[in-house]
Design a binder for this molecule. Structure first.
Ligand SMILES: [Zn+2]
Ligand SMILES: [Zn+2]
Length: 156
């Protein structure tokens, strides 16, 4: 798992991080941050299923609102990928990194940025649109999917 040194990983640090952004350090927000920190690239539904074990009163709607708040304040990053129906979130926000996704099983991994800053953020022609982000998504086939495919191939 990709973890940057010095990134908060327990409740006190999350509480500080939240307060620094003017958000109340609620148990629900801290649970979402802590879960995402250890399970990057998860969607609201998966976060909900995981945190409801320790927070039985939390609702899926509450998780949607929390990830909206947290990404709005820049505490987490929202990722939308072509092969995922729902938006994914992660706490790795301090760098510009990209994602690689397996087109068969949907597995997502981080890919470090090659140039170190966001690419092509200022196109020559924005067609009148306000640019929010420019993202790069590498699409591929992971080793286990490749192996599975080769196995099937042998039996044809
Ligand atoms: Zn795969
Ligand atoms: Zn990532």
């Amino acid at each position: 798992m990709q973890q940057s040194p010095g990134h908060p990983s327990h409740d006190d640090d999350w509480a500080q991080t939240l307060r620094a952004k003017g958000l109340r350090a609620t148990a629900q927000r801290m649970a979402v941050l802590e879960f995402l920190h250890h399970h990057p690239h998860t969607d609201a539904e998966a976060i909900f299923q995981a945190v409801r074990c320790s927070l039985p009163t939390i609702s899926l709607q509450a998780v949607h609102l929390i990830v909206l708040d947290l990404s709005g304040k820049g505490l987490i990053r929202r990722i939308s990928l072509p092969d995922s129906a729902s938006a994914r979130y992660e706490t790795r926000i301090e760098d510009n990194h990209h994602h690689i996704q397996c087109i068969r099983c949907g597995r997502i991994e981080d890919v470090d940025c090659i140039v170190g800053h966001a690419p092509c953020l200022e196109p020559h022609d924005n067609h009148g649109m306000r640019i929010i982000e420019a993202s790069i998504v590498f699409r591929g086939v992971c080793q286990s999917c490749d192996a599975e495919f080769e196995e099937k191939d042998e039996h044809l």
